[in-house]
Design a protein around this ligand. Sequence first.
Ligand SMILES: [Zn+2]
Length: 97
Amino acid sequence: MTELMQTIRQQITDLLSRGEYGARDISQNIGIREKEVYPHLPHIARSLASQKKKLFVEAPVCLSCSYEFETRNRYTRPGRCPRCKSERIREPRYRIV
Ligand SMILES: [Zn+2]
């Protein structure tokens, strides 16, 4: 892992220790692109496990029919709702607990 990646992961970890944020908030805070946030999350979750903490994911929700997505092992924003096919999805939000 490069030093830059380590720094980014540390910044995301610090941010999520202070509050609950979605990938877009994280990207704006850290200064990386939204899609670059997602690959870091499973790594952060793994390193938190050794500190007896965890990365809590608040499930994405369909804004049209309130369908709640499964979040197990899944951090990215779903493209569309499997129930009503809407693309109006509230993005998942993360925090460290
Ligand atoms: Zn829906």
